[in-house]
Design a protein around this ligand. Structure first.
Ligand SMILES: *Cc1c(COP(=O)(O)O)cnc(C)c1O
Length: 391
């Protein structure tokens, strides 16, 4: 509620205003010369940010328990920026096999093209990650839980197995947000956010954040500044506004998602629900130890059915939007097709990804149940047809 707020600096107004600037004027040349000594966090030239972005960076660092934050124009830009700043040609990178698709693509194309060796590891690897560490390993990149398949990574075990001043453990913390999970408290060096999701929270801005400890912050910050990367003041203002209701929103996302995930688990058209907050989930133990809550995004594995029936089910829903991203107030659904190169898929049937928004959970559940009942009927009908053909 209070992080990054300085009402006294703005005549008492509650929220830091949107400060738009390129040129900043100085009273005299001496003041201009002195301003060049302070590179970050002071108003100097628009490309280095204004009070609006300083307020957001300050708030994000504080709530993540980090030494500083760097802002980017999107979550993907934060991932790319952190990896580029910490890796040089000849270095080795370890990446979870459950990583967000565009991040995987960045590692496999841009990073490999720049002479960085990339190895993917099974998300459940834990302490065995030590077997994959080489003298050239500089970054271990985790995403917990994986945003399509929801495996929770054992960050403390990974940190312990990779304990070396040369290796940075980076965690994409978009799903949980610092409200429910603080990777730096568990020994990670850097946490990354697609603030586009829950932090902005209303599906109307793109924004990325990286927070880091003292050891890694300067490289990450200098790389971003040196590449002219910044986040616009309007986006930062929307994220600051989002932060003020983050806790209240997430408690509701969690409550509704738990109710809905629990109900879907018993439906005959559903094989499994991938949601660490369910005590039947294989990730539940580590999640309970390291997270203080769960957000509104989870996976559903359907019992085997045709792609056309999955599409008909999605189209039959009234309250679930069809579209990329998540973390807003609205519920969303998409089919998901995770890529695995280093670990066996632990699902067989078609996968869906649901974002449970802030609508009435009973309405959402009715909508889903109606669609799943139709899907189950169609599955049974298909089964009967196949049996007749067999005979
Ligand atoms: C959406 C997402 C990103 C990318 O964020 P954008 O702001 O869309 O670029 C990164 N990581 C995870 C886990 C995401 O879900």
């Amino acid at each position: 509620m209070h992080a990054g707020r300085h009402p006294a600096d703005f005549g008492g107004v509650v929220n830091t205003p949107v400060v738009r600037a390129s040129t900043v004027l100085y009273p005299d040349i001496g003041a201009y010369e002195r301003s060049r000594a302070s590179k970050f966090g002071a108003l100097r030239y628009g490309r280095y940010g204004t009070q609006t972005s300083f307020a957001l960076a300050e708030a994000m660092a504080e709530i993540e328990g980090a030494d500083g934050a760097v802002l980017y124009p999107s979550g993907l830009a934060a991932i790319a920026g952190v990896l580029k700043s910490l890796l040089n040609p000849g270095d080795h990178l370890l990446v979870t096999d459950a990583v967000y698709g565009p991040a995987r693509n960045f590692c496999e194309t841009e990073l490999r093209r720049n002479g960085i060796d990339v190895t993917f590891f099974a998300p459940g690897i834990g302490a065995s990650i030590g077997d994959l560490v080489r003298p050239q390993t500089r970054v271990v990149y985790c995403e917990s839980p994986g945003s399509l398949t929801f495996e929770v990574q054992d960050i403390p075990a990974i940190v312990a197995a990779c304990r070396s001043p040369d290796i940075a453990v980076v965690v994409d913390n978009t799903w949980a947000t610092p409200f429910f999970h603080r990777p730096l408290d568990l020994g990670a060096d850097v946490a990354i956010h697609a603030a586009t999701k829950y932090i902005v929270g209303h599906s109307d801005a793109m924004l990325g954040v990286a927070v880091a400890n003292e050891r890694h912050l300067p490289r990450i910050r200098d790389w971003a500044a040196g590449h002219g990367i910044l986040a616009g003041p309007d986006e930062c203002w929307l994220a600051l506004r989002g932060l003020r209701s983050l806790g209240a929103r997430l408690r509701q996302h969690q409550e509704s998602a738990k109710t809905i995930a629990g109900s879907l688990k018993g439906h005959p058209a559903v094989e499994r629900v991938l949601y660490p907050a369910l005590d039947t989930d294989s990730a539940h133990t580590i999640w309970s130890r390291d997270f203080s809550g769960a957000t509104g995004l989870f996976g559903v594995e359907l019992v085997n059915t045709s792609p056309d029936m999955v599409r008909a089910f999605i189209d039959s829903l009234d309250l679930f939007g069809i579209g990329s991203s998540w973390g807003g107030f609205e519920s969303l659904i998409l089919p998901s097709i995770p890529v695995r190169t280093a670990s066996e898929p632990h699902w067989k049937g078609p996968l869906l990804r649901l974002h449970i928004g802030l609508e009435d959970p009973d309405d959402l559940l009715d909508d889903l149940q109606r669609g799943l009942d139709v899907l189950h009927e169609a599955n049974c009908h298909d089964e009967r047809k196949r049996n007749v053909q067999h005979r």
